[in-house]
Design a protein around this ligand. Sequence first.
Ligand SMILES: NC(=O)c1ccc[n+]([C@@H]2O[C@H](COP(=O)([O-])OP(=O)(O)OC[C@H]3O[C@@H](n4cnc5c(N)ncnc54)[C@H](OP(=O)(O)O)[C@@H]3O)[C@@H](O)[C@H]2O)c1
Length: 328
Amino acid sequence: MKKYRWGVIGTGRIARTFCEALQGCEDAELYAVGSRTPERAAQFAAEFGFERSYGSYGEIAADDNIDCVYIATPMASHFGDAMLCIENGRNVLCEKSVTLNSAQLEKLLTAAESRGVFFMEAMWMKCRPTYLKAMEWLESGRIGRVEYVKADFCNFVPYDPKDRLFAPECGGGALLDLTVYPLTLVNDIAKTEPDEVVSCAHIGRDGVDLSNTLLLRYDGWYASLNAGFELQNHNNAVISGSGGSIVFGDWFFCTSEVTLYDRDGKELERSVIPNRVNGYEYEIAEVHRCLEAGSKESALVPHSSTRQVMKIMDECRHQWGMVFPQEK
Ligand SMILES: NC(=O)c1ccc[n+]([C@@H]2O[C@H](COP(=O)([O-])OP(=O)(O)OC[C@H]3O[C@@H](n4cnc5c(N)ncnc54)[C@H](OP(=O)(O)O)[C@@H]3O)[C@@H](O)[C@H]2O)c1
């Protein structure tokens, strides 16, 4: 069996989760990890069993033995880290939100295309079997014509000025961290730009949004999304149609359970698909499939989807007057 050699950039929270998934994939090799500090890289490498550790991101980007680099740094670093990898000819899986804005994203996609490398946003939700089951029900007309979508992602996080989530220089705020999931779901259903975006946000003392509400109007239907660090909520999602509805369980983007109802609310089908490892194995499998096929873009997480979602997030920040320091 071919083993894909992974490089990981950043040693924070999600890098750990992702590496646990890599450990659970037979065709993945934990090859190299890069950190801003050699000691942290060495410690992380020892803990997860990486063959190599690098004390800079430049060294890992330059390693020709790597099949794909996973970028797990804060939002504001994605552009520079991904560009470094692309310019060195590396295939890239980059955490969400993939960049701060559309201008950065376009530069990355242009660079990836001209360098001939694979590039994908790590939108793991779109690779999960539960999510794909819901899309299958939707596309085969099981709920008729879509009339309304509701999706929320509220995750209470106490204010900490040192946390990247609240730091404008790190690309903080609920929009890029949380709203990107419900927006991606809605965009998958719409497959086109909304006719109208109405949004409001609570901008905190550091200048990033602590919570937000979005209303999106499409041709004949609309979507309502809530996200925030200061709200408690049931984070389910509902796709309501003329002939029934699809309801994702709580934490809709990573739930293992999705249910199909008829127009009267009678359950028609329930799909429960437990994770094989921790849920991130599906996006890893998708990257492996693309590398095997020589594809530069994933069909499950296409560039068009990443682009459309980013454009809506640009529009929301424009409505709020929220500008990152890198954009000034
Ligand atoms: N897919 C998911 O389910 C999921 C979940 C959580 C987060 N994420 C995404 O993953 C990315 C990282 O999130 P996280 O929660 O893992 O963040 P984190 O715990 O703060 O870790 C980020 C890592 O990036 C590196 N880094 C580089 N520049 C940095 C800077 N200026 N400040 C702080 N760290 C810096 C650090 O590693 P070194 O010191 O080793 O260089 C740090 O450990 C974000 O884009 C986030 O949206 C995705």
